[in-house]
Design a protein around this ligand. Sequence first.
Ligand SMILES: [Zn+2]
Length: 128
Amino acid sequence: MVVVYILFAIIALVIDILIAKRFQSIAEDKGYSGSGYFWLCLLLGVVGYTIVAALPDMTTRWMIKQMGSETVSNDTQRTGEAHPISSKAVDYTSATHNSSSWKCKKCGSVNAGYVSSCSCGQSKRENG
Ligand SMILES: [Zn+2]
């Protein structure tokens, strides 16, 4: 019977090693150096497996970070070319250089041609 126990112990050990190897590769897939996790799983068994399973996935994190920064840079690019800012710039240019811009007689502020009344209340028509 002792032989059977030893046999079982060896089989259990082999299975344990195989599982630990598997978890080592999982840890490596997650972006961690695996050998430490191999011993962790071999010696702690289920506790080690749980730790590896609970490890945050560094690879996914990295990919998400990459995707996030790409999105951010895309947004920056988009904003750079975007309508709001460039059209504002155009508006500003037309407001300052366009002949249709008008200077308020009441408060002296220069308004763009499309502005029908000044912020002080003076309307373009009244302004003459
Ligand atoms: Zn005014």
